[in-house]
Design a protein around this ligand. Structure first.
Ligand code: FMN
Length: 510
């Protein structure tokens, strides 16, 4: 694929991950600036299908993928969970997953036997975009064939929603958030007795054409076929090209209420890396495992044998939050062994086309402990095989992490900070310029699992991009620049902020 030091993907990586000042150069700090888009993607004149508001309060295996199951999946997957008032310009709707300033650039499409739909979260319904059963076609776009899925979910990035504040940097945020959403859909599906397959690799043109998307403004990022848990998930590779598959699809142009900026002229660097990431031929698809960072040579702490207590995912998702505007920990006792046990399981059980079958999520988890009962302060790398904690820095590691962050976050009383560390060279050597997308999406999936693990113990999980990667690398004892912190997640109990936030609850069934 692309050579080691060239290509738009690596160039964008250098700016957005290694040089915070350059990454933020074009950011607009004013809310409500003239480029502000509508808060939701609105289609006009298309048939709507309301989803039932009566969904179960707890998540258990479903008998069939019927209307209630679909509604449950979408509500807990990407529904609105809380509404915030007096926000002074920040966007007021929170969902089951986090999004930078609640901008929610990522859109969700649902392909069922009866056609292609957009998930309208504001009304908890589906907007019908196209007739026909296109599930097999979407599978072909991923370069594979096998049992027909119940549904295929497609996640896209409507850049204008995020770029109105962040301009080019929206590409990083949207790819991170597509990963967060995929991570949540995978967890919810699993709790309902379904299995999601994660496809980062697909020929783009037919998928965008099927959904009526302009690939500069709103490219599809992930394709997720959903199967019953007992289904045969084996896939046979099938070779196809974007042009051949796209020629079988009639174009559609469903009427969308236009708002916000035109991304291609306003965000040239985003557009360059996005265009470079598109794939035209399934024979270029590849998988590999990343290189793990070297060991620290210190004696690891073995993972205690006890399983973490079982929790209901629906309840955890209702409770999940990122903490108030200013992240201010409320000092509290948190069972560190339980958190450790949850994190030790976070990389397993995902079926993704980024790695060989059975391989774990391709990012390393680093845990820096401030105050956790049962785990001494310090920084650790979590062993992917044994779950052991390998010490990589001493008791003052949390202060080094604090110094690596932009001022504004309160660290006093912080229970822990998680970093997800990715292998840059694995991403670009395996996927070419699409590597930027793939690694951020995989990292997002894992970040959401970390946030859910935290929420299960009543902790807020705050994803913060405002850190200096080089300083974090040093604090974690990482010596090779290929190993890069892609996510930083602050974990602490937090109190209420200054805003009124009310939960959005659907009617209960059972
Ligand atoms: C990809 C991503 C990047 C974020 N970056 C920052 C950040 O740099 N600083 C910050 O304070 N919060 C950051 N956040 C936190 C969001 O603003 C927060 O998740 C959002 O307000 C939604 O809150 P909720 O998760 O409680 O619903 C980020 C969130 C995401 C998903």
């Amino acid at each position: 694929m692309t050579g080691p030091e060239d290509g738009p993907g690596r160039a964008f990586w250098r700016t957005t991950l290694e040089d915070l000042a350059a990454a933020m150069e074009t950011r607009q700090s004013e809310y409500g600036n003239p480029d502000e888009p509508l808060k939701f993607k609105i289609y006009r004149g298309r048939p709507r299908r309301p989803l039932t508001g009566r969904v179960p309060r707890t998540l258990t295996a479903v008998e069939a993928f019927d209307e209630v199951a679909l509604s449950t999946l979408l509500h807990y997957g990407y529904g609105i969970s809380r509404q915030e008032f007096d926000t002074n310009g920040t966007w007021p709707y929170h969902r089951m997953v986090a999004s930078a300033r609640c901008l929610f650039g990522v859109q969700l499409y649902v392909c069922l036997a009866d056609g292609v739909h957009h998930y309208d979260a504001a009304h908890h319904g589906l907007v019908h975009l196209r007739d026909g059963d296109h599930r097999a076609l979407l599978a072909r776009a991923t370069g594979s064939a096998g049992a027909l899925p119940e549904a295929v979910l497609v996640l896209s990035a409507m850049f204008s929603k995020t770029a109105y504040i962040y301009r080019d940097y929206a590409y990083r945020l949207c790819t991170q958030e597509a990963g967060l959403l995929a991570g949540n859909l995978d967890l919810v599906a699993r709790s309902m007795g379904l299995r999601a397959l994660l496809h980062h690799q697909f020929v783009d043109e037919p998928v965008n054409r099927l959904l009526g998307l302009d690939s500069d403004e709103e490219p599809a990022l992930l394709v997720l076929p959903l199967h019953p848990a007992g289904a045969d998930l084996r896939r046979e590779p099938v070779a196809t090209t974007a042009a051949a598959l796209a020629s079988t699809i009639d174009p559609i142009d469903p009427p969308v209420v236009r708002s916000g900026l035109q991304v291609a002229p306003a965000c040239p660097r985003l557009t360059e890396v996005n265009r470079a990431s598109l794939r035209t031929d399934t024979t270029a698809f590849a998988t590999a495992e990343p290189a793990a960072p070297g060991g620290s040579g210190t004696e690891p702490l073995p993972l205690p044998a006890a399983e973490p207590p079982a929790v209901d995912l629906a309840q955890v998702l209702r409770a999940r939050d990122s903490g108030p505007g200013v992240f201010r920990p409320v000092a509290s006792r948190v069972d560190g062994t339980e958190l450790w046990a949850r994190l030790a399981r976070a990389r397993t059980g995902v079926t993704s086309d980024a790695v060989p079958a059975g391989a774990p999520v391709p990012l390393e988890i680093f845990l820096t402990v401030g105050d956790l009962a049962g785990v001494p302060p310090g920084a650790y790398r979590l062993d992917r095989y044994t779950g052991a904690l390998h010490p990589v820095a001493g008791a003052d590691a949390i202060s080094a992490i604090e110094r690596a962050c932009l001022p504004g976050t309160v660290f006093r009383g912080m229970n822990a900070v998680v970093h997800l560390v990715g292998d840059r060279d694995w991403a670009f050597d395996t996927f070419g310029d699409r590597g930027y997308r793939v690694i951020h999406q995989e990292a997002g999936l894992l970040a959401h699992r970390v946030c859910v693990a935290a929420a299960a113990q009543g902790l807020s999980g705050r994803i913060v991009n405002a850190y200096h990667a080089g300083a974090v690398r040093t604090a974690l004892g990482l010596t090779d620049r290929r190993h890069t912190p892609l996510f930083q997640i602050l974990l602490a109990r937090t109190g209420p902020g200054g805003h009124v936030i009310v939960p959005v609850e659907l009617e209960e069934v059972g």
